[in-house]
Design a protein around this ligand. Structure first.
Ligand SMILES: Nc1ncnc2c1ncn2[C@@H]1O[C@H](COP(=O)(O)OP(=O)(O)OP(=O)(O)O)[C@@H](O)[C@H]1O
Ligand SMILES: [Mg+2]
Length: 324
């Protein structure tokens, strides 16, 4: 009985809250919250870092090093990987090689799961019954074949590489080291450069661990820090989300867009508190929406002003510290 009373009170509370948020959204012409979380957001929401993306792609094309995309949780590592994945198939290196790309987004993988995930992502055939070393050998052979016969190099993206089992690394390392001496002896004319480029992601803590525990890979890998969003990009981040929620993303114009009901100085406060981290900008903006929606209910003003942004930033400071 007591439980039922509590439950209904809780439900009533959430429903009221939902209505308050909904009224604010309606007022600004949005069909849903601009600050929803998406597992796989629409690419029209991406704020691009063209120079940084070019530097990733250039490194892949010149084929000198593997890459480690380094950044805190929520800084945009996965998003950058998706953008690089989008661009690579249209490019070629100096020798005219094209790119085959593969993306391993799952983590917590054992040796065999890692091998199978790589094979799947590169569309290499294997049998379920095979040992991981057989699967990896099959991947290696197929990548070499693609290189020799189709003039295609392989770019393999591996997310949060730290979160896999140690044994899985040895498979990655084998692929990172291709071609083997044996293969070089067999085909001296073509195989004088690596044929698989690894693009890994992870936090700075893990990069440091990799330097000490896996120097064989780390020594040949370039760490690249994901850039923080500056205030202008933070504004674009919010602007795109608002336009998206209003169903107007297709006419989004970078030279002429608004962030109403956010005030420009509120965006600066949010971005400062978020340190340019997109995930944190989203969380703070959502917090601001909640406060603004409550204000709107009371006084009819939906604005997110500087004061609201400061209030929410202070309240979130502790949470963000803990999450980091
Ligand atoms: N350049 C960007 N433009 C728009 N949204 C972005 C951008 N970068 C990241 N985001 C958004 O921020 C959130 C976190 O981004 P993402 O998942 O890419 O970060 P991550 O560094 O891979 O995080 P994790 O460490 O949790 O894997 C996502 O909601 C993503 O859509
Ligand atoms: Mg990620």
């Amino acid at each position: 009985m007591t439980i039922a009373i509590h439950e209904s009170a809780l439900i009533r509370h959430f429903n009221t809250r939902k209505e308050v948020l909904r009224a604010w959204e309606e007022r600004i012409g949005a069909r849903f919250s601009p600050f929803r979380g998406y597992k796989m957001p629409d690419s029209r929401l991406y704020v691009e870092h063209p120079d940084f993306l070019d530097s990733i792609v250039d490194l892949i094309i010149t084929n000198e090093r593997h890459i480690f995309l380094r950044g805190p949780v929520g800084s945009g590592k996965s998003t950058l990987m998706l953008l690089a994945l989008r661009d690579l198939p249209t490019l070629a290196d100096r020798r005219g090689n094209k790119f085959v790309t593969g993306y391993v987004g799952m983590t917590g993988l054992y040796e065999k799961q890692m091998s199978a995930a790589i094979a799947d992502s590169l569309r290499v055939k294997y049998r379920r019954s095979w040992e991981s070393s057989q699967i990896v050998e099959s991947i290696a052979q197929e990548c070499v074949r693609r290189y020799r016969e189709e003039k295609s190099r392989t770019a393999l993206f591996v997310e949060d590489v730290a979160d896999n089992q140690e044994a899985a690394f040895h498979k990655l390392r084998y692929l990172a080291d291709l071609p083997t001496q044996e293969m070089k002896a067999d085909h001296p004319e073509v195989l004088d450069e690596p044929i698989i480029t690894l693009i890994m992601s992870g936090t700075a803590v893990y990069w440091n661990a990799m330097l000490s525990f896996l120097p064989q890979i780390a020594d040949r890998t370039e760490p690249l820090d994901v850039p923080a969003l500056d205030d202008e990009k933070a504004k674009e981040f919010i602007g795109r989300r608002i336009a998206y929620a209003k169903g107007q993303i297709d006419t989004f114009d970078l030279d002429d867009y608004g962030v109403y009901p956010f005030a420009d100085d509120a965006v600066v406060v949010i971005n400062t508190a978020a340190k340019g981290n997109p995930r944190d900008i989203r969380m703070l903006s959502r917090g601001c929406q909640q406060v603004a929606a409550e204000n709107f209910r009371q006084n009819g003003n939906p604005e997110v002003n500087r004061k609201i942004a400061e209030l929410v930033s202070d309240a979130y400071a502790t949470i963000l510290r803990e999450v980091r």
